[in-house]
Design a protein around this ligand. Structure first.
Ligand code: ZN
Length: 324
């Protein structure tokens, strides 16, 4: 019997579920079916879990005759305690902290469940079917509401001693910089997330930036559009983002010397606005990168790649979890 898994991407806005065939084309996964529901966070945790279980059960019923379900993988935007299968901290999921999500869903669905942090799940997705296909060692930065990270070594996620490795979003960019939710200050997340773009644009508008002041709605997309129209102040916001990313990439390249670093997440769409400064900074700060990619000619590797799967990275990575 062909095996398959079910992946769940639990986002703040959408709850997405997909059944993925283990084999498919070229040993890569093939999506059999996908379901997108709104995440009804305001109705409470139990409602979200009810919706999730109903969608999974529907897929199970449909495929049980012809396929064997290996397990269910769930990507959650928060810090996960892998051993107990609980959400340790999730700022965007009120009421979830401390709740035994894994055992509750296993009890209801009678199937093995793996919980994982959403940035790591996205890293796994890009490694399996995206930019990192065929690469055994890679790091990924996901630029979203915050900045997440994931590290793959020898084809496997690197967890560290207590499962907390890969928090690249909290690497320091400015020692006395903007306070961060993690308790430190000047973290990458405060300069390279969608939230940071909006904050930096607000600061610039308050300091007199005309174009930014004139925006009806201050969203990261609006700031990006303004930058693309040539507004200097909006462009400066993305140059700050690029500098911060370049600094941290240089640290990662110097420290790890991996063949690939993938940039993903929703704010990655502003690539054309931040990437030139990012590469400039990276080259200036990393002797390892400069030696590996002299004058933009790739000699020994060090790929800085854009993620390929978009928001599917999390969904496909979650479906990969039960096979790891
Ligand atoms: Zn931080």
């Amino acid at each position: 019997m062909t095996k398959y898994t079910i992946g769940v991407d639990l986002g703040g806005t959408n709850l997405r579920v997909a059944a993925v065939d283990e084999h498919g084309v070229d040993e890569h996964g093939k999506v059999l079916e996908r379901i997108t529901l709104g995440t009804q966070l305001s109705l409470g945790r139990d409602q979200v879990i009810d919706d999730m279980c109903a969608a999974i059960q529907g897929l199970k019923d449909k495929h049980c005759a012809s396929l064997e379900l290996v397990g269910i993988g769930i990507g959650v935007p928060g810090i996960i305690d892998m051993q107990s299968g609980t959400v340790r901290e999730a700022a965007n999921l009120p009421g979830w902290a401390g709740f035994p999500v894994r055992s509750e869903i296993e009890r209801r669905l009678q199937t093995q469940v793996t919980l994982e942090n959403d940035a790591r799940v996205a890293t796994l997705g890009e490694k399996w079917l995206g930019a990192g296909r065929g690469v055994d060692d890679m790091a990924m930065l996901t630029l979203g509401t915050g900045v997440g990270g994931g590290l793959v070594l020898g084809g496997k996620i690197w967890y560290g001693m207590s499962g907390m490795a890969g928090e690249f979003g909290h690497f320091t960019v400015e020692p006395e910089g903007h306070p961060c939710g993690c308790g430190s200050r000047g973290c990458l997340e405060q300069y390279a997330s969608a939230t940071a773009v909006v904050r930096m644009a607000k600061e610039a508008a308050a300091a007199g930036a005309k174009g930014l002041r004139g925006l009806k709605e201050l969203s990261s997309k609006a700031v990006y559009d303004l930058a693309m129209q040539g507004d200097q102040d909006a462009q400066e916001v993305f140059r700050r983002m690029g500098r911060a990313l370049g600094m941290i990439l240089a640290d990662l390249v110097n420290g790890l010397n991996l063949p690939m670093y993938v940039i993903g997440g929703g704010a990655e769409r502003a690539w054309s606005a931040f990437a030139p400064t990012m590469f400039e900074e990276l080259r200036a700060r990393s002797v390892v990168y400069a030696a590996s990619v002299p004058d933009g000619q790739v000699i020994s590797g060090t790929m800085i790649a854009r993620a390929e799967l978009g928001s599917d990275a999390g969904l496909l990575g979650a479906a990969r979890l039960p096979l790891m």
